[in-house]
Design a protein around this ligand. Structure first.
Ligand code: PEP
Ligand code: MG
Length: 325
């Protein structure tokens, strides 16, 4: 079966009626990037940079980060590489970064909250990313944005770094696209405002589901309540997609839900045409995509919008597949 799927790697990612969807990869190392290329990924929609900071005793220097980002961009040969700035804290720890003990780490000091405090670390990473942008098609993405001020502050710091590089005559791509993860309910609710300040959104359903439903994504005791098809989650996805569309910015999805074949008609109905997923999901998704019809999903949202439960949502999505295949 795997062999059969591998034959799909070189085929276009298109529905039977000609809609092109980008199926990109989530990666956290160069090794995974190689695997993603082997599966015919359209690019990298989420480069989790945490691995560069883990299993060591000091922060990685600019040069070391630059080498990795540049290598990744070059290996992609013109395909897009979305680099997410450090998303530490919450469930991800660094031995050499003393963070306070927290009762609720996922509601605490993590990701952009840390980097806006530790501008030295943020600038080092941004310098490395910007320098690498000269060698490929790189985009920057901030995680865990909850306010407009955070986004503006992050962009201010980015501008400072650009000025410093320009003054030193170091090459970088001046118009590098900048985006944010939409993974907090607050970000969804102000997505119309956030959309004016960025070039793209990427919906992080892993955290979004956790925060919308108040269900810790790591806690097995409540795992049965962790439900990406909950109508509340669906409405958040719809709102985000509509805000992006109204501002004319690009929107993609990079949480685990993006790699769940059942969700494909949902994305089509929302007008979301880029999905970034675990490398192991890409070919399975493509197999479904190339056998589906976009036109069958065109009016699906009307049905999804009134579903009272995730069971009802799954039934609507299931019917799509039955009529189609
Ligand atoms: C997410 O939250 O959906 C996401 C893609 O980021 P991570 O899983 O790294 O938190
Ligand atoms: Mg996340």
């Amino acid at each position: 079966h795997q062999d059969q799927l591998l034959k799909l790697a070189g085929l276009p990612s298109r529905t039977l009626d000609g809609l092109q969807m980008q199926l990109a990869a989530n990666i956290s190392s160069i090794k995974e990037l190689e695997q993603a290329m082997g599966k015919g990924a359209s690019g990298v929609g989420l480069f989790r940079t945490e691995f560069l900071y883990m299993d060591r005793s000091t922060f990685p220097e600019e040069e070391e980060q630059f080498d990795v980002y540049r290598e990744a961009a070059e290996r992609l040969g013109g395909k897009t590489l979305v680099i997410r700035t450090l998303d530490i804290g919450g469930d991800k720890h660094l031995d050499y970064l003393e963070l306070p003990e927290e009762e609720n780490p996922s509601l605490g000091y993590r990701a952009i909250r840390v980097l806006l405090d530790r501008v030295d670390l943020f600038k080092t990473q941004l310098r490395a990313i910007l320098r690498a942008s000269h060698y490929g098609c790189i985009r920057i993405m901030y995680p865990m944005i909850s306010t407009l001020e955070e986004l503006k502050r992050a962009n201010e710091i980015l501008s400072e770094v650009k000025e410093e590089l320009a003054a030193a005559g170091i090459p970088f791509s001046p118009r590098i696209p900048v985006g944010i993860m939409i993974e907090l309910p607050a970000a969804v609710m102000i997505s119309d405002l956030l959309a004016r300040e960025v070039d793209f959104f990427s919906i992080g359903t892993n955290d979004l589901v956790q925060y919308v439903l108040a269900v810790d994504r790591m806690n097995e005791q409540v795992a049965h309540l962790y439900d990406p098809f909950h109508p509340a989650v669906l409405r958040m996805l719809k709102m985000t997609a509509d805000s992006a569309k109204a501002s004319g910015i690009h929107v993609s999805v990079c949480g685990e839900l993006a790699g769940d074949v059942r969700s494909l008609p949902l994305w089509m109905s929302l007008g979301i045409h880029e999905l970034s997923m675990s490398v192991s999901s890409i070919l399975r998704m493509k197999n479904s995509l190339i056998q589906s019809r976009h036109s069958d999903a065109a009016n699906l949202w009307q049905e999804l919008a009134v579903c009272p439960s995730s069971a009802a949502v799954l039934q609507v999505l299931g019917q799509y597949w039955e009529t189609d295949l």
